[in-house]
Write a protein that binds this ligand. Structure first.
Ligand SMILES: *Cc1c(COP(=O)(O)O)cnc(C)c1O
Length: 428
């Protein structure tokens, strides 16, 4: 399968049935798997043989869908998690422990920012946040001797900044650490960060990959290219024996291609248990089968809406990296020449109250705490996700009180624009 192009991988990657086997990926709705002898099972526990014994660690449905995502990203191995939050937590915690440090872009998703800045800090891991547009010198200054990873989002949710992947990869590699990128908004259809030097990719599959608002989920993909042994002192978890697995050294036993994901499964999934249910993995796969068909339409609708809003007299600003003149247009053209995403944010000359009135009058676009769905949805962060903040705090978070985030779905773009136009009539 690996020689096929991305469209073919979306449809058929990860699962090739044998003679008389189900055409669609079967949902293996079983917590456990049967063995003839205890010795057979013992080999699995020792990671001497590969196979299934308990769905908290691995399940055949999940593995088939993970293999598809690995193929889409051009990675060596992948795993599914119960959510995007779990994916980002595992991806970092797999290499950074208490006493370690991570450099992260400051415009990342709010949930990830909180995970890093509050919860993982309590676990003894420190984060330094840098502006995605920082100079190479500023980026350089953020590193410490105990830095273990660099983290960013291809297109940030909801800031819509675009990461200069090569700049971040160069800095990470100069310090002997991997670059981890959350590729949720771009999806591998629009950008494959590993082709630009990224080492590990994460996803909230809840968004475009599922694409139908049906199943919360996450994924982690390893490129298999980061040489853990070249920086063995920084990554003892991968390069020295694991006592909780009979002295296995992951990078030795599973090679560069398998070490990261095997360790993440054997240790973190075993201990934290944020597995995706096989039923949700099945829904995710249905979404993946049409990802390459849906993404261009999301982008087409996003661009049409952004262009319409840009010319509207009641609108004060439009942020959309695919729009000519946007601050991130050139960099988006470099990394995502075929399109960015369907999410557009914009503000009102009439301020917060105009934004609120506008939202009230939308008919097609529903008010939801969600993005990247087949159905257009929108959010006014100042009165929803960020409502506990005052105007100064909002400004510090890069969100103005009049900002509306609109996630363009797959509907007809003229219908979307007409809906926006009639709601704008009311907004003063
Ligand atoms: C939504 C989102 C997450 C969190 O994912 P969940 O599946 O909701 O846990 C992480 N990163 C980005 C970029 C997101 O948009």
């Amino acid at each position: 399968m690996s020689d096929y192009r991305i469209e073919t991988q979306c449809v058929q990657g990860g699962y090739t049935p044998g003679n008389g086997e189900p055409r669609q990926i079967p949902i293996i709705q079983s917590t456990t798997f049967k063995y003839a002898t205890s010795e057979d099972m013992g080999k699995l526990f020792d990671l001497e043989a590969s196979g299934y014994f308990y769905t908290r660690l691995q399940n055949p449905t999940n593995d088939a869908v993970a293999a598809k995502i690995a193929a889409l990203e051009g990675g060596s191995a992948a795993m599914l998690t119960s959510s995007g939050q779990a994916a980002n937590f595992y991806a970092i915690f797999n290499i950074a422990n208490c006493g370690d440090h991570v450099v992260a872009s400051s415009t990342i998703y709010g949930g990830t920012y909180n995970l890093f800045h509050v919860t993982m800090r309590k676990m003894g891991i420190e984060f330094t946040f840098v502006e995605p547009d920082c100079t190479e010198e500023e980026l350089e200054a953020a590193f410490r001797p105990n830095t273990k990873a660099v983290f960013g989002e291809t297109i940030a949710n909801p800031a819509l900044t675009v990461l200069d992947i090569e700049k971040f990869a160069k800095a990470a590699h100069a310090h002997g650490v991997p670059l981890v990128i959350d590729n949720t908004f771009a999806t591998p259809v629009n950008c494959r960060p590993m082709e630009w030097g990224c080492d590990i990719v994460t996803h909230s599959t809840t968004k475009y990959m599922d694409g139908h608002g049906a199943a919360v989920g996450g994924a982690i993909v390893d490129s298999g290219k980061f040489d853990w042994f070249a920086h063995a002192d920084k990554f003892p978890g991968l390069t020295t024996p694991d006592d909780s697995y009979h002295g296995i050294t992951y990078a030795e036993k599973f090679g560069l291609g398998g070490a990261f994901i095997t360790k993440c499964t054997a240790q973190l999934m075993r201990d934290f248990g944020s597995i995706q249910s096989p039923q949700n993995a099945f829904y995710l796969n249905l979404g993946l089968e049409s990802l390459h068909v849906r993404m261009p339409r999301h982008c087409e609708n996003g661009l049409a809406v952004a262009r319409y809003l840009k010319g509207h007299p009641k609108i004060s600003f439009v942020t959309y990296p695919g729009l000519e003149g946007d601050k991130y247009y050139d960099i988006a053209q470099k990394y995502m020449p075929n399109g960015t995403c369907g999410v557009v944010s914009f503000g009102f000359k009439g301020g917060r109250s105009a934004a609120e009135t506008f939202m009230k009058h939308l008919k097609l676009a529903a008010i939801e705490t969600h993005v990247a769905d087949a159905r257009t949805c929108c959010l006014h962060p100042a009165s929803a996700t960020h409502r506990q903040m005052n105007d100064e705090e909002l400004a510090a978070a890069g969100i103005t009180p009049d900002l509306v985030r609109l996630s363009c779905g797959l509907e007809n773009k003229e219908d979307l624009i007409e809906d926006i136009a009639q709601a704008l009539e009311e907004a003063d």
